[in-house]
Design a protein around this ligand. Structure first.
Ligand SMILES: Cc1ncc(COP(=O)(O)O)c(C=O)c1O
Length: 370
């Protein structure tokens, strides 16, 4: 069979589907741009992982043995960190893996999944891959949820709603009351707390009375382990059993598991870095807020979304995109979105003080050149 024949066998909806827009690897970029990179586009942790995690990885004796499919040691360590019993915890190959598991557990082809853009792109991406139907309920003024819109959009085919809190890329939190209201709608409510450590509060205590609540977290952001891919979910024990049943048996690899456990033994070190990033996020926000053509939105995460004024009237290429491109030439990476509601925005990850200083100087130069 030639490739045309093979393509005819591919699910038609996947042939036309738009792929996920990932960030590029640092070595590829360094080579392409010929300069050192200031990485403010991936919400990663510039303070690296904990020294204890690094040390455990260098002396780990069991790389030749498969991981524990029941993730016992990691779940025990997470139980200490979260206060939830092991039976309510399940780990994934990043929280992306848990997003995929949620959809595979609850959504059949044709079932609906509610999504509140602008938000994390993995939700629509994974819904498409599993053959679900995405129902978008855009956020309203100030990027808060359109609760009336969600109520109106929820049909009998709706199974799951995803809410990131703090939301990526807008930075705001969902309120406790909103989550309670969503839980009453007869859906599985996924509250994605990937940036929980940078914000204030969690809705996880609602799991005790709501078996339809799943809270997702990750080691990628606060613990500096994005490259090792470790996330986890907190949920009712029966839901956790289903996840354990349907997941790939070895979804968390031994290096990720060892590094995550070591990180939890080094929590004070990591929390000190989280504190530095929180205060640098706030300093960056206030520096950006005095620039007349930038409007930073409040953030409870490790990034700040900024609206950029149009310098030359709106055109095919927005000023935000021009700024992203000129910053990139100088080796400073920030996130730009093609979607209509964010085409005039940049998302900038919190960095070290010297990163913020380089960013602000380069932004002003880029605006003058734009
Ligand atoms: C809201 C949100 N959820 C989940 C993730 C993915 O986390 P992980 O690296 O654990 O897959 C991200 C990463 O950017 C995110 O912004």
């Amino acid at each position: 069979m030639d490739i045309d024949g093979v393509e005819k066998l591919i699910r038609p909806e996947l042939r036309t589907m738009r792929g996920y827009d990932p960030v590029e690897p640092i070595d590829v970029l360094e080579e392409e741009l010929g300069t050192a990179i200031v990485k403010m586009d991936g919400n990663e942790n510039p303070y690296l992982c904990s020294p204890r995690a690094r040390q455990v990885l260098s002396s780990f004796p069991y790389y030749h043995i498969y991981p524990d499919p029941l993730q016992r040691n990691l779940r025990t360590a997470l139980s200490g960190y979260t206060g939830f019993p092991e039976k309510n915890i399940v780990c994934g190959n990043g929280s992306d893996d848990l997003i995929d598991l949620v959809l595979r557990l609850f959504v059949r082809p044709g079932d609906e999944v509610l999504n509140c853009p602008p938000t994390f792109g993995m939700y629509p991406f994974t819904v498409s891959v599993i053959g679900g139907v995405l129902v978008n309920v855009p956020r309203v003024e100030g990027f808060s949820l359109d609760m009336a819109g969600i109520r109106a959009a929820k049909s009998d085919k709706a199974r799951v709603i995803f809410i990131a809190s703090p939301n990526n890329p807008t930075g705001g939190l969902v309120s406790y009351e909103e989550v309670v209201e969503l839980l009453g709608m007869g859906l599985v409510v996924v509250v994605d707390e990937a940036y929980f450590e940078f914000g204030e509060g969690s809705v996880s205590e609602l799991i005790a009375d709501n078996a339809n609540l799943i809270v997702l977290r990750t080691f990628s952001k606060w613990a500096g382990l994005a490259g090792l891919r470790v996330g986890y979910g907190l949920c009712h024990e029966t839901v956790a059993e289903y996840f354990l049943k349907i997941k790939q048996p070895y979804n968390v690899n031994v290096a990720g598991e060892a590094a995550a456990i070591a990180s939890l033994e080094d929590v004070d070190y990591i929390r000190a870095n989280v504190e530095k990033l929180r205060s640098e996020r706030d300093r960056m926000s206030s520096e950006l807020s005095v620039i007349p053509w930038l409007q930073p939105f409040p953030s409870s995460a490790n990034f700040v979304l900024c609206r950029v004024a149009e310098k030359h009237g709106s055109g095919a290429i927005t000023t935000a995109q021009r700024l992203r491109d000129s910053l990139r030439k100088k080796g400073i990476l920030v996130r730009f979105y093609e979607t209509p509601e964010l085409r005039d925005c940049l998302r900038i990850s919190a960095g070290r003080p010297e990163d913020t200083d380089a960013l602000v100087t380069a932004l002003v130069e880029a605006w003058n050149d734009a």
